[in-house]
Design a protein around this ligand. Structure first.
Ligand code: AMP
Length: 429
């Protein structure tokens, strides 16, 4: 099923190849709704927040329809901040990796204009810029829009909030209404509607909804950890808990594979489930998971769609899901058949806004947990092992083992020392 869902959107093979290498398995909802419409040439307003995959939603058609090899830009993308401009450029460069003749150049304030002039002179088909700097280049004549085919406004509401209305209008006037105009905005206030009326032709409105309710019986937690500590945090939580089956979600196939390797190296029985694997292999992995030969299954959203295992005690979000709807689907894999379940979303501080967005949509606040310390893990392991020792003593059937250990007591060791050594081995393993 390599890229099948993406290829249905009419994306050309060179870009599909890049998408596959980036590990995207299926289009997000904003992508499936916007890509075909933008490719058809329609004006469009996409109402979507960061984290929904909106960059690729406009970036893929931009690359596909850019005038390859042309000296004059055919696509201009306006962004509110230099950070966003850099980020968008980075994503477009990755997506255009196998497409010849498409270069993306960022222009933003704060960077020496000479460097940008040089880059523009070489010939850029896609320009990503902040409004102020773009106007500078237009005035200097170093950026020409007479061949522009697409004008894309990213985070349009944010640009208006930052006072860029006049600049945006100026750019729109430069294009003389000839370019296809696409706008992405988290909100659509009056000021945006006015822009739409003035500069867009019968724009298609696309919204991504995500107002699903989450299930009861699921304790929902969040844990803020640095990216470099995420696998460690997951391991500690696994060590402290007695989850039988755990399902971990990642946003990309590649991330699934990496996490499985890291977990296996730490001694967990773990396997991946994603769309690069044949149906046959996926069936085998599921069978192992169902029979508990794998404790930790690491999956992408699409691959996990068919999972119908009732005994999943915990769902972890290694990545914050692309879409709040996905969050609801993901955690709904636990607490099935009347059972209780735990869901933990691991996230880095800079992603806090996306987490808040999910909380707003699901109208539930995730309970913050702090990352367990090594001591926490040890203490909890001790508690679990002491309980298990008592259970084992009560169950009996120890004769055979007593006979094997007895010779040790004839030497220098006492029974309590032997027990302590076994206990230590267990805790420290
Ligand atoms: P954005 O909303 O454009 O800021 O995208 C958020 C993140 O999602 C970026 O890191 C993208 O690379 C990633 N992304 C975009 N589309 C997909 C997809 N279809 N599957 C997985 N990740 C994606």
């Amino acid at each position: 099923m390599k890229n099948s869902a993406f290829s249905e959107l009419g994306i050309q093979p060179e870009i599909l190849k890049a998408i596959n290498e980036m590990g995207f398995e299926a289009p997000t909802s904003i992508q499936s709704k916007c890509i075909p419409a933008i490719l058809e040439g329609k004006d469009l307003v996409g109402q979507a927040q960061t984290g929904t995959g909106k960059t690729a939603a406009f970036g893929i058609p931009a690359i596909q329809q850019a005038n390859k090899g042309s000296k004059i830009p055919s696509v201009l993308i306006l962004c509110p901040t230099r950070e966003l401009a850099i980020q968008v450029t980075g994503e477009l460069i990755k997506l255009a990796r196998h497409t010849n003749g498409v270069f993306t150049v960022p222009v933003y304030g704060g960077q020496p204009i000479s460097r940008q002039l040089k880059a523009l002179k070489k010939g850029a088909q896609i320009v990503v810029g902040t409004p102020g700097r773009v106007i500078d280049h237009l005035k200097r004549g170093t950026l020409r829009l007479n061949n522009l085919q697409k004008l894309i406004l990213d985070e349009a509401d944010e640009m208006l909030n930052m006072g860029f209305r006049e600049d945006i209008e100026k750019v729109l006037e430069y294009t003389e209404g000839k370019a296809q105009t696409v706008m992405f905005s988290a909100t659509v206030p009056k000021a945006i509607k006015r822009l739409m009326e003035k500069f867009m032709t019968d724009p298609e409105m696309v919204r991504v909804e995500g107002r699903a309710e989450t299930a009861e019986h699921i304790e929902q937690y969040s844990m803020e950890v640095r990216d470099s500590m995420r696998t460690e945090a997951i391991s500690r939580v696994l060590d402290m808990s007695e989850f039988r089956l755990t399902l971990i979600f990642c946003n990309t196939k590649r991330q699934c594979d990496t996490l499985v390797e890291e977990l296996q190296a730490r001694g967990y029985t773990s396997d991946a489930l994603h769309g690069d694997m044949s149906q046959n292999v996926r069936d085998k992995v599921m069978e192992k998971f169902r029979k508990r030969k794998i404790d930790v299954l690491v999956a992408t959203d699409v691959a996990a769609r068919g999972i119908d295992v009732d005994e999943i005690d915990a769902v972890f979000n290694y990545d914050i899901p692309q879409d709040p709807e996905y969050y609801v689907h993901r955690i709904g894999r636990t607490a099935r058949a009347g059972r209780e379940g735990v869901a933990i979303t691991f996230y880095a501080g800079r992603k806090r806004r996306r987490l808040k967005m999910i909380e707003k949509q699901i109208r539930t606040k995730l309970v913050p947990l702090s990352m367990p310390s090594v001591k926490d893990v040890r203490d909890s392991k001790k508690g679990i092992h002491l309980e298990n020792i008592v259970k084992t003593l009560e169950a009996g059937g120890l004769r055979e083992y007593i006979e094997e250990l007895e010779p040790l007591l004839e030497g220098d060791y006492t029974a309590i020392e032997v027990a302590a050594a076994l206990y230590k081995m267990r805790i420290e393993s």
